[in-house]
Write a new protein. Sequence first.
Length: 266
Amino acid sequence: MSQRLDQLKRKFESNGIDFKKVGFHLDAAFLLAEQKGIIKLEDYAEFLMIQSYSGDYIKYAEEKVEKISEYIANLVIEENKYGQCAEVSLSLMNLLDELGIWNFGVKGSLTISSKDNKFEPQHFHDITPINNVAAPHAWIYVPNVGIIDLTLQKQIYTSKKVHSYLPKYNFIKESDFKYIQANKDDIADPVTQVHPIYKHSVQQKLQKTMQFNEKFKAVNLISNNVSFRYIPIAIALPDSGFDANSNKRKINKKTLKVIYSEVKEL
């Protein structure tokens, strides 16, 4: 792992990228290297996962993430707007960068099921008969801290009963991670698994996802007899920073600038 870390550092340095700065994926040198195909978003995410962190930093990040997650999840619920996982995740990434907390976003599939059959399994599939979204679901990963999913209560489910069994949000601590392997049911709608038009694509996507998950692991959380299967399929990062978005991005009518002023003191 240290060998891979050294490789990434050399790769960044040779392209004039300062990798010691939180959010360096927004630096001009990184963006230029990415545009040329020399650097990928996955390089940034992998670097964050394998670099070392001090005990003081981890304690700071854990405490901040818990408080911010509660705060923003409440805003999401109050706003009562559905399907905001990507927008909320981008806003949270900007906030965490500004607070000096290393993080990256993840696009992926999510399966929610009841271990005691209180509701039918709910799927956010990557492959459906009508693929009209950039990503089935989105969440944040803070290395050495955990996964943050703040929009569970404001997603559209096939059963109205689901909401009453869901937490306000998920903050899965890294110490509680249970790693899993993706299967067809995780990534593909049942119709696409048997339809001749989609079958080959489903198999290809499963293989690609499993390969991606060798580095960016799939995780299962079971809480109060409800299972959450998080299957990463891509890395997501904002294309502009906090300063550019401070008055543009809003959650429940509050700008990032206002939210930052409130959460930095939490």
